[in-house]
Design a protein around this ligand. Structure first.
Ligand code: MG
Length: 389
């Protein structure tokens, strides 16, 4: 039987690549729902091609326009609109799996609704795991559903973790391409938005591209790995690997290391999340070991990239602090993309927000949501003060 899926964030980079993978898997997978924030231009093309049962559009004006377009074109797809629209989509009875590919924590409610309705999750949306990971993982266990990672490093670890006894794992080695600035020698405070958006390896959405440049993406991934695999952060190491051939490694207590290698192509982890535990044919450029001249590894520079340092601090403290760090990062990245603050202000704002947060122990879902809200407002206040300096 075909696996029936919903994609949250279908107009984003991961959403579109997921549909690209699915278009070659028509016998195995069928798209029953697509959710976007406002981009109905892309959604219309996807509706025509994949004929989903329903779609959701968060922006109500865009949703209204789409409903009109469906009516005029005699398209039977149901259009949900408003803030809770994506929750209606994921709980539809004919859904087997939800691909969580939204940016930021906006996807939280829909992911929780999906888990509560016992839908398996393929997760690319790391911010949600960083914000409320413990709650999400407990809920997943309670409802007996799987959460399969799409993030390339976590997909790699997932597949390197062949011995399922955690006591046998010495450490996880998360690789990072290093982004555009790992060799940058000039003044970091003068780095422009345009320079930041030119990632050497991956072609991704704007937010994650900025996160890759500050290494906050790796910081978020350290926390994501710790939560998804139940491994303490002290056992997670980050290594800069500019070639992006090794996507991560697991070192075992006997000294052996299992690594996952491929040419960098997000379609690979996406397809594996869709077909797990099977591996199906995928038309990607194979690795040619005779042509790989070198695989290099460097220690990350925590002084140049303070975001990674903040993430380790936050991960060790735990509780509501990761939610605070993530929210402050989202606000700072947005301000940087809008050219309101400098590249180096991103880490400054996050650090100040993190330091001024009063950690709440034994948090429930509401505590995570409140911490996220508090951090957003607090980071905005810090930015305002910075602009008045
Ligand atoms: Mg990644």
């Amino acid at each position: 039987m075909k696996k029936r899926i919903v994609i949250l964030g279908s107009s984003g980079s991961i959403g579109m690549q997921t549909l690209d993978v699915i278009s070659d898997m028509k016998n195995d997978i069928c798209v029953v729902g697509l959710a976007v924030n406002f981009n109905i231009q892309i959604l219309k093309i996807q509706i025509k091609k994949f004929k989903p049962v329903a779609v959701s559009v968060c922006n109500s004006i865009a949703a209204k326009n789409l409903k009109k377009w469906c009516f005029l074109n005699n398209i039977k797809t149901c259009v949900y609109s408003g803030n809770n629209a994506s929750e209606k989509l994921v709980v539809m009875p004919n859904v087997d799996m939800v691909i969580a590919a939204m940016v930021g924590t906006v996807g939280l409610k829909a992911i929780i609704a999906a888990i509560a309705a016992r839908k398996n999750i393929a997760i690319a949306n790391k911010e949600v795991i960083v914000m409320a990971g413990k709650y999400i993982m407990n809920l997943a266990t309670k409802n007996n559903i799987s959460i399969i990672p799409i993030d390339s490093e976590h997909s790699a670890i997932f597949q390197c973790r062949v011995y399922d006894k955690y006591s046998q794992i010495k450490k996880i080695i998360l690789t990072a391409s290093g982004g555009p600035f790992y060799k940058y020698k000039k003044d970091f405070s003068k780095i422009t938005v345009n320079q930041t958006l030119k990632h050497p390896i991956w072609n991704m959405g704007k937010k994650i591209t900025v996160d890759s440049a500050t290494l906050m993406n790796k910081g978020l991934e350290v926390i994501e790995a710790s939560i998804l695999f139940g491994i303490p952060v002290s056992k997670i190491e980050v290594v800069i690997h500019p070639q992006s051939i090794i996507h991560s490694m697991v070192e075992y207590i006997d000294g052996s290391v299992i690594a996952y290698l491929s040419n960098p192509d997000m379609r690979l982890p996406i397809q594996y999340a869709l077909t797990y535990p099977e591996k199906l044919f995928l038309n990607i450029k194979p690795l040619n070991f005779l042509k790989i001249k070198k695989l290099q590894f460097y220690k990350p520079n925590f002084d140049k990239f303070p975001c990674l340092d903040i993430a380790y601090y936050v991960a060790k403290k735990g509780y509501t602090l990761p939610a605070v760090m993530n929210a402050a990062n989202e606000i700072s990245v947005e301000a940087f993309l809008n050219k309101k603050i400098r590249f180096t202000d991103i880490a400054r704002i996050i650090k100040k927000t993190v330091m001024e947060h009063k950690i709440l122990k034994n948090p429930d879902l509401k505590s995570f949501v409140n911490a996220d809200l508090w951090a957003r407002n607090h980071a905005k206040k810090i930015i305002k003060a910075l602009l008045n300096e």
